[in-house]
Design a binder for this molecule. Structure first.
Ligand SMILES: [Zn+2]
Length: 490
């Protein structure tokens, strides 16, 4: 792949390529090189000419630059190394070059804030006509309205200032090349970039925070962020992670010519906490849109159930209305559902009960806090489900109470409120259509093709990373891992 654009691109950032050297090696190499020079200058039989001297100096400099790459035993640079150094120098020169009439040139640059590609090239003396031609041709493949500061460009001109080749890149993967054809026109193509995607796994145990535990595996915070995003409606990473919790994740890592470029998708993830074990599997074929599902095909994107009651009829909507008891117009800050006393009320999302008790006009009231700054409230309840009290964790769909007619109420109904960051919102305005669960055939194939293989890999990763802790947990909490042997048929 030598000489292809991605390699050259790397040379636009010479620092990225340079490896950290060992000082003693540098010192030794410099000594060797200087020795060679001294020999050439004073010890040689012939007077060295200027060119040879310059050559010697270049070599001394070259030694320093590649100090860690050149083996001690080697007396000379290999041609490949010399070529790389020359190319690097050429690219450095290009970054500061300007077009001069009568000279062919290679000019490279970067788009600065509030700068168009046109202005960026013009600042380096490329003629407006030449830029216009090449930009117009490139625009057939790349929309320059999408260009951003930091984008890189590179032009080669002939002696007359005509552009022979123009390259524009927005990332190491996204490069457009526009070349002058024999007939004098330009043709733009998007460059094929040899990227490689590998599946990798990490797993570990939490000592203080999930973030730190993930970084301890050698991966970056960007990956921790992905993981937290996937489970954002399931786990509150601020308050619900504990020392001794475990996690595992299988994800894509994208490489360009063997060097790490970026993270791809997270394919599977597992979190084992105090409250239980949570899974996430990526699927792009079965649902309405690509996304994450738990092991039962429930969408992880879906935070809220449509309604806290199984069969419901909205009798009063959110908004301004004449109050049925107090009279006068006032804001109705919730939704009323007509429901006979004793109708089961379910939590609309995973969360923690923050209040369950008597509250004036509300009668029996439950307040549940959810991730994302949400809170739901159910009022006029007849009674609470067993075990429901402040501090208790509830899951989406869990029965928390039975509806009633307590407090300031005109008849049996459930009054349902939703707050976001402390402000009332209309519960019916929250997008609950997103992320429908998988069902039937889709669910069956999801389980056999996605859940079974990836679950096994996640469990394996965890066994390798934290074998002792995991074994203890299995012994204590029972056969969580037996899920690996679930039936793949419906
Ligand atoms: Zn109401």
């Amino acid at each position: 792949m030598r000489g292809r654009w991605p390699k050259q691109d790397m040379l636009l950032h010479p620092r990225r390529r340079r490896r950290r050297g060992r000082p003693w090696l540098t010192a030794l190499l410099v000594l060797l090189a200087v020795g060679a020079l001294v020999y050439m200058v004073v010890g040689g039989e012939e007077e060295p000419d200027e060119q040879a001297l310059a050559h010697g100096l270049a070599f001394a400099e070259a030694y320093m630059r590649v100090n860690s790459a050149v083996a001690l035993s080697q007396a000379t640079l290999t041609s490949g190394e010399a070529e790389a150094i020359l190319a690097e120098k050429a690219e450095e020169a290009a970054l500061s070059a300007s077009f001069t009439e009568g000279q062919a040139a290679v000019i490279a640059g970067e788009i600065k804030p509030n700068q168009s590609v046109f202005v960026s090239l013009q600042a380096r003396n490329v003629s407006a006509g030449a830029i216009h031609e090449v930009v117009t041709a490139t625009e057939k493949e790349f929309d320059f309205r999408r260009s951003r500061p930091g984008d890189q460009w590179r032009v080669e001109t002939d002696e007359s200032g005509k552009i022979v080749e123009f390259r524009y890149q927005t990332s190491p993967e996204d490069i457009w090349v526009t070349t002058l054809q024999d007939d004098g026109t330009y043709v733009a193509v998007k460059q094929e970039v040899p990227i490689e995607t590998r599946h990798e796994a990490v797993a570990g145990s939490i000592a203080s925070s999930f973030w730190l535990a993930l970084e301890a595996t050698g991966e970056s915070g960007a990956l921790a962020h992905r993981f937290m995003e996937i489970f954002q409606y399931t786990i509150d990473f601020n308050t619900e992670t504990r020392a001794g919790d475990h996690f595992a994740m299988i994800f894509e890592k994208v490489y360009l010519e063997g060097e790490f470029l970026r993270y791809g998708r997270v394919i599977g993830a597992k979190y084992m906490g105090e409250r239980g074990t949570y899974w996430a599997f990526y699927d792009e074929e079965r649902g309405e849109e690509p996304g994450y599902y738990d092991e039962e095909g429930e969408s992880l994107q879906r935070q809220f159930l449509r309604s806290p009651l199984p069969f419901t009829r909205v009798t009063s909507r959110y908004g301004r209305r004449v109050h049925p008891v107090l009279g006068g117009t006032r804001m109705h800050r919730g939704v009323d559902y007509g429901a006979p006393i004793g109708t089961p009320v379910q939590a609309v999302a995973d969360g923690t009960v923050v209040f369950a008790g008597r509250a004036g006009g509300y009668g029996n009231l439950i307040k549940i806090r959810h991730s994302g700054g949400f809170e739901t409230r159910f009022a006029h309840l007849n009674n609470f489900a067993r075990g429901i009290r402040a501090g208790v964790r509830v899951t989406r769909g869990q029965l928390v109470a039975k509806s009633g007619n307590t407090g300031r109420s005109t008849g049996p109904h459930l009054h349902y409120e939703m707050l976001q960051n402390g402000r009332h919102i209309d519960p019916l305005s929250v997008d609950t259509a997103r992320g429908e669960p998988l069902k039937g055939e889709s669910l069956a194939s999801f389980k056999s093709e996605i859940v079974v293989p990836w679950r096994a890999k996640l469990t394996e990763a965890l066994r390798e990373a934290a074998p002792r802790a995991l074994a203890q947990r299995e012994a204590a909490s029972g056969p969580d891992e037996q899920l690996d042997t679930i039936q793949s048929e419906p």
